[in-house]
Design a protein. Structure first.
Length: 182
């Protein structure tokens, strides 16, 4: 029996290295940052990127952010969450198109959102809080990847799951630099 290894087309360090690391939540992403990087579209993760994992709807502070960003970029929600009803409710509250059950880092459903934007892939940012799903999927498609800190309820402290800590450790061991950009 012959065993074969799957060798990525890009070195792992490049696959796991975000193009931009924000110190703070997605709310720190401004139209000026998008224009600086020539981004005209964004694929946004939902759980812990836009809303806390336990939230059923978008926060009041997210709505004006979406409206501000929508002025300079086309927006799509692409979530791994398989609860179609939950993601639909969040997308509807933000008036955004969405894809649930994306299975990132698979590129298939992310590519669907990218195609719908009708923009060059290098002008579309993939925004998320996870390296092995959001950043990996975006980098595999040649998108500009943006890592943000998880969105949590105001009365919660930021918790890093063991899986998130493992992702960071592996990524750094492979050579990724995960220091926030200034």
């Amino acid at each position: 029996m012959k065993l074969s290894l799957i060798i990525p087309a890009m070195p792992w360090v490049e696959l796991l290295q975000p193009n931009l690391i924000l110190h703070g939540s997605v709310l720190e992403l401004t139209p000026q940052i998008l224009q600086q990087h020539d981004l005209k579209g964004l694929v946004l993760d939902v759980d812990e990127t836009l809303v806390p994992i336990c939230a059923a709807e978008a926060s009041a502070e997210l709505l004006p952010w979406v409206e501000e960003i929508r002025k300079v970029a086309t927006l799509w929600l692409v979530s791994n969450n398989i609860s179609e009803a939950r993601i639909r409710r969040i997308a509807k509250s933000l008036s955004l198109p969405y894809i649930a059950g994306a299975a990132k880092p698979s590129r298939r459903k992310v590519r669907k959102a990218v195609s719908a934007m009708n923009l060059p892939v290098e002008q579309i940012g993939m925004v998320g809080d996870r390296l092995f799903t959001d950043v990996l999927a975006g980098n595999r498609l040649g998108m500009f990847t943006i890592l943000v800190e998880p969105m949590v309820h105001l009365n919660e402290t930021v918790r890093r799951s063991p899986l998130h800590s493992f992702e960071v450790w592996v990524s750094q061991a492979l050579g990724a630099s995960l220091l926030p950009d200034k």
